[in-house]
Design a protein around this ligand. Structure first.
Ligand SMILES: [Zn+2]
Length: 407
């Protein structure tokens, strides 16, 4: 009896944590480990099914896959492929003489860097997800047309305006839109509401970033409503940062007019009553939305969402600080500092993400500033300067983590 019980215990291990690599040559199940806190796979175990090459040179890990070279640095949550740098959830490490690579690289970076060649499919019954190698014919069909931008080359000379060396792309999210007007704006001219101000500032911010040599895209460029849970989803592929633009408001009351200034939020649990007020106000747009959103589902989606919150929190906080410093310098309403709150719009962004409350529509001075062309230009330019400051720090950290060799 006890021998039988022992046998049962031995042959029923916990449910396997694995991903499947499916190629025209067959399917391989690869175990996923979370021994270092983030999900990782042994490079040796994905090498043969994918046909990738692996080289470890000091702390530098070079992986070749289908003609693309990925360069990792042990202990650094980044990977470089061509001139593009991808943030990683987790860091490559060596254990038991084996190189482990973040699962995030396999699930996210590989399909992004080799879009026509690999596709990631979310979890099914027995696994955490599948990396599917597409047949060559469909890979050719999926290849971008010749008119598409040329793949990015090696790091260029620094941009003369900003000093940035790498190509960056920022997704700008003008808050609200369409049937969701945002806050009514007591001190805006009569026809204006929050959604108009956020769109105007968002467009100007895009122009300011492009002027600084930074790629920029808007989640909306017209007066339309985008599902809150989908807004962050615009930040993928080459997107480095996600910046949501809003206008604050105080609830009616004796002191409502007195509160003014700019504040910048990054994601976390709302801590104070005031932070909760803002989070609740901006999240309320959910009531306008219909249908389903494309948020990731299944165990892997959950794991990645959970991990990315921790991983990007520090980066988001730093981005928030630099943008806040820059905007507070030009804002007539004063500096309300960096804040933390739980915003749905930020949780779905997969990169460092912030939300800028550009001032109070319930304050006369702020309202006039935000409604004026000069004020909107100043805000947009200051946010762009904060973003550049952050990206310069990011590139410096990267250069320390992965020094350029043989140049
Ligand atoms: Zn808002």
């Amino acid at each position: 009896m006890s021998a039988l019980l022992w046998a049962v215990l031995v042959i029923t291990p916990p449910p396997p944590q694995s991903v499947v690599i499916a190629t025209p040559r067959g399917e391989t199940s690869v175990p996923v480990t979370t021994e270092r806190g983030t999900a990782a796979v042994a490079a040796s175990q994905v090498a043969s099914p994918l046909g990738l090459t692996l080289a470890l040179d000091g702390s530098r890990v070079t992986v070749g896959l289908s003609g693309v070279v990925f360069i990792f640095q042990l202990g650094a949550p980044f990977v470089r492929a061509g001139g593009v740098v991808y943030g990683l959830v987790g860091e490559p490490y060596v254990a038991r003489d084996t190189v482990f690579l973040p699962l995030h690289w396999l699930a996210d970076c590989v399909p992004r860097a080799l879009g026509g060649r690999y596709r990631w499919e979310p979890a099914s019954a027995g696994d955490l997800g599948r990396l599917v190698e597409l047949p060559v014919a469909s890979a050719v069909a999926a290849t971008a047309p010749p008119s598409a931008p040329v793949p990015h080359g090696p790091p260029a000379a620094p941009n003369p305006i900003t000093g940035l060396r790498l190509r960056h792309t920022v997704v700008i999210d003008p808050g609200h839109g369409g049937v969701d007007p945002g806050n009514p704006g007591r001190y805006f001219p009569s026809h204006l509401v929050e959604k108009d101000i956020t769109l105007a500032v968002g467009r100007l911010l895009r122009a300011e970033l492009v002027r600084r040599g930074i790629g920029a895209a808007l989640t909306r460029s017209i007066d339309t409503l985008i599902d809150l849970a989908d807004r962050g989803g615009f930040c993928k592929a080459d997107c480095d940062l996600f910046v949501s633009i809003h206008v604050n408001a105080m609830p009616d009351g004796r002191r409502a007019d007195r509160v003014s200034g700019v504040e910048t939020y990054f994601l976390s649990d709302a801590k104070t009553e005031d932070q909760q007020r803002v989070a609740q106000m901006e999240n309320e747009v959910i009531r306008f939305e219909t249908g389903t959103s494309s948020a990731a589902t299944g165990p892997l989606g959950f794991i990645l969402r959970d991990l990315q919150l921790n991983e990007y929190l520090r980066e988001s906080a730093q981005l928030a600080r630099l943008v806040q410093d820059s905007t507070a310098r030009i804002h007539p309403g004063g500096d309300r500092g960096v804040q933390q709150a739980g915003f749905t719009v930020l949780t779905t962004a997969r990169r460092p993400a912030i939300l800028v409350e550009t001032g109070f529509a319930t304050n006369r001075t702020d309202g006039a500033f935000l409604a004026s062309s000069l004020g909107q230009h100043k805000i947009a330019s200051a946010i762009a300067d904060g973003i550049v400051a952050y990206l310069l720090e990011f590139e410096r950290k990267l250069a320390i983590a992965a020094p350029a060799r043989g140049r």
